[in-house]
Design a protein around this ligand. Structure first.
Ligand code: FHN
Length: 672
């Protein structure tokens, strides 16, 4: 048993901002997926060579066969210092490693299981060695930990294909005790941990309230640890915690888009995209589809320009070394960061909505600001035009080139004269120094929860620059076609109760700058309720079908295997290669605009009055899609279609009215 590595007294409990400060400043971390799955390196018997960390499931390897890998895992070339040094040299300020992935194998010594590193030929606590090395390289050590556990006898559900592995006696309450006990080990025995990075939270046996308890445990053991949002549900691969109400979900400290970079992120949201360098998380010997260093750096720049963090993955080999391709990219990224890292570390997002030639970040120095222009497409003639930019510029320089460069300012435009040759092969960065803050002329962003409403709509407006004033006007349908100048100062959200078009324009020093933006809002009549006499409340008709689909089949042309009456729209009892059709009525208690959130793994559709309100079709992990419809008080026909291929199964329908709270569509609202 690892004695507590460090006898450290937890510093005073910091505020959310103080706790996240180091993480927000770092912007860039290393993800490491490593475990027994590195031994087969993606290949298994007649199941091909396309597997990785999911190989026990995707190659349907029986438990006792998979467990044999524990006798082969002997990463004699593992060197914690070398790993931490590579992360640091690449400009990564934190390392998140899989303490336990879905296969249940623990890379650390645990007194709660023998399925751990100490029972391999290696017999060294990987996490202990990393926890000791990390501070020496000024890197924060962080633990990934999977809730889903395909090894532990108490974890349910079993894999659908594990017919011969009984779930007799399995006890999820006891499993959650095991989970808590191991999390306690991870946060007690290895010193200060930066992040608890949970995963595998999407199966039906996990509920949001368990996630909340797990979050509270982490904060109790290490009050300043950061915890991600994969505790209750994460809004599918988009990961933007759109489901904090889902199954009592818990939002954690930051959102976790996976393998994707959001186009836009709501102001103030903390988020981190995690991404593979090739196509897999765990090591696969034949997966050579590595992203170029330029592509990886442009992803880093894009993410940071949107106030996000980038967690870039390495899948080490069974011998304890990184793949050569990963080492090469880390080294090239490090070379770029050595010269341009100031445009990433400690910066906040761009003041621009978008830039056609690249991205931007900014760093506040007291009252003044450095604006970093990340130029993907370097101007061959050396003339870099930045439209919509104003403010008091004191100097400009190209990172990596001594001296300053010339610049000119016209009304709402800055032209920087840079060398015609790009300063490096990836991204050239121009640093522009401002007294105070840059002023960006752009059209305001006008948002409303829906553009149709029954009673009223709330309209918010924003711009990137704090020095820009927003002025607006409301054009009602009866307004003449005369030119309406937006001249009313925007100070707080608008309440709209008639169909109209809202226009808004940016003003600087009393003058309109940039073109106006507009948003059309429509007051609609709610759909009439269906006159139903003999409804049986509290249940829907559920027709069950068998099939192997990649997209929604047409259930109307199929014969159901079974028909039942159920009190919830649910994936339980879980089954693979199955489709379900829920039909009946939903009751709403007032005339209003109703916003539905349909979450499923795999595909699903929602119809109300035979109108397709949500199309969430396709093969995907837990994914939430929203749709809205205006309904009168009373009963309305509803149809939910869902199919599950293999693996996790999720299905959840929630509803809210404008400005309300999302809640499950439950038995109190349904009838057949
Ligand atoms: O199933 C895992 C997957 O193996 C990998 O660990 C990723 C990394 O975020 N998380 C889950 C899929 O969302």
């Amino acid at each position: 048993m690892t004695a507590a590595l460090f006898s450290f007294q937890e510093p005073n409990i910091r505020s959310q901002d103080e706790r996240l400060d180091w993480w927000r400043n770092e912007r860039f971390g290393m993800f490491i997926h490593w475990g027994l799955y590195a031994v087969p390196a993606g290949e298994w018997a007649d199941k091909g060579a396309g597997h990785a960390e999911w190989i026990r499931t995707t190659a349907q390897i029986p438990l006792e066969t998979y467990d044999e890998f524990i006798h082969e895992f002997n990463p004699v070339k593992f060197d914690a210092d070398e790993w931490c040094a590579m992360a640091k040299d690449a400009g990564m300020g934190y390392v998140v490693i899989t303490s336990k992935h879905h296969d249940g194998f623990c890379l650390f010594e645990s007194e709660h299981t023998d399925f751990d590193i100490m029972n391999t030929p290696f017999q060294r606590d990987i996490m202990k060695e990393l926890a000791e090395a990390a501070p020496k390289h000024d890197v924060k050590m962080c633990w990934y930990h999977s809730i889903m556990d395909w090894h532990h006898p108490d974890y349910l559900p079993r894999r659908g294909w594990e017919e011969d592995r009984s779930s007799e006696g399995a006890d999820m309450d006891r499993f959650r005790e095991y989970l808590h006990a191991q999390v306690e080990e991870l946060l007690t025995n290895y010193g200060p941990i930066g992040i608890m990075w949970f995963d595998g939270e999407w199966e039906s046996t996990w509920r949001g309230e368990y996630g909340k308890k797990l979050y509270e445990l982490c904060r109790e053991v290490q009050p300043n640890v950061i915890v991600n949002n994969r505790l209750g549900a994460r809004g599918g691969m988009a990961g933007l915690t759109g489901m904090d109400g889902y199954a009592g979900g818990y939002a954690g400290d930051y959102a976790t888009p996976e393998q994707e970079i959001p186009d836009a992120v709501e102001k103030g949201l903390d988020w981190e995209t995690c991404m593979t360098m090739n196509d897999r998380w765990g090591y696969n010997a034949v997966d050579k589809n590595f992203k170029s260093t330029t592509d990886l750096l442009q992803k880093l720049s894009d993410i940071v320009s949107k106030n996000g963090n980038f967690l870039l993955n390495v899948g080490p080999k069974a011998d304890g070394t990184f793949p050569d391709e990963s080492i090469q990219r880390l080294s090239e990224i490090g070379d770029w960061m050595d010269v341009n890292g100031e445009a990433i570390k400690g910066t906040i997002g761009s003041p621009f909505k978008d830039l056609e030639w690249g991205r931007a970040t900014q760093k506040f120095n007291g009252d003044d600001t450095t604006l970093y222009l990340h130029v993907f497409d370097w101007p061959e003639d050396g003339t870099l035009e930045v439209s919509g930019l104003s403010g008091n510029i004191t100097s400009a320089r190209v990172l990596g080139i001594d001296g300053s460069v010339e610049f000119k300012q016209n009304e709402g435009e800055v032209v920087v004269q840079v060398p015609s040759e790009k300063p490096n092969e990836h991204i050239g960065v121009v640093a522009v120094e401002f007294k105070a803050k840059p002023v960006v002329y752009e059209e305001p962003t006008i948002t409303s929860q829906t553009t149709q409403f029954v009673h009223e709509a709330i309209v918010n407006m924003s711009v990137g620059s704090p020095d820009i004033e927003i002025r607006f006007a409301i054009i009602n349908n009866h307004n003449t076609s005369e030119l309406i100048v937006p001249n009313e100062r925007y100070t707080e959200p608008l309440v709209i109760d008639e169909s109209c078009t809202v226009i808004a324009q940016s003003y600087f020093e009393g003058k309109p700058v940039f073109k106006a933006a507009s948003l059309k809002l429509e007051k609609v009549t709610p759909k009439q309720a269906t006159q139903v006499s003999l409804v049986i409340e509290g249940a829907l008709k559920m027709s069950v079908y068998s099939g192997d689909w990649d997209e929604m089949p047409n259930f109307d042309t199929m014969k159901a295997d079974a028909v039942e009456y159920v009190g919830a729209i649910s994936p339980k009892p879980e089954a693979e290669l199955q489709g379900r059709l829920f039909e009946g009525y939903i009751k709403v208690d007032k005339d209003d605009m109703y916003i539905f959130a349909l979450t499923s793994d795999d595909g699903s559709n929602l119809y109300v009055h035979d109108e397709l309100i949500i199309d969430n079709d396709g093969l995907h992990g837990p994914q939430q899609m929203n749709g809205s419809i205006a309904l009168s008080k009373g009963w309305h026909p509803i149809r939910v279609e869902w199919f599950n291929k293999t693996g996790g199964a999720t299905l959840n329908l929630r509803v809210e009215t404008l400005g309300g709270e999302l809640h499950d569509v439950d038995a109190s609202m349904i009838a057949r």
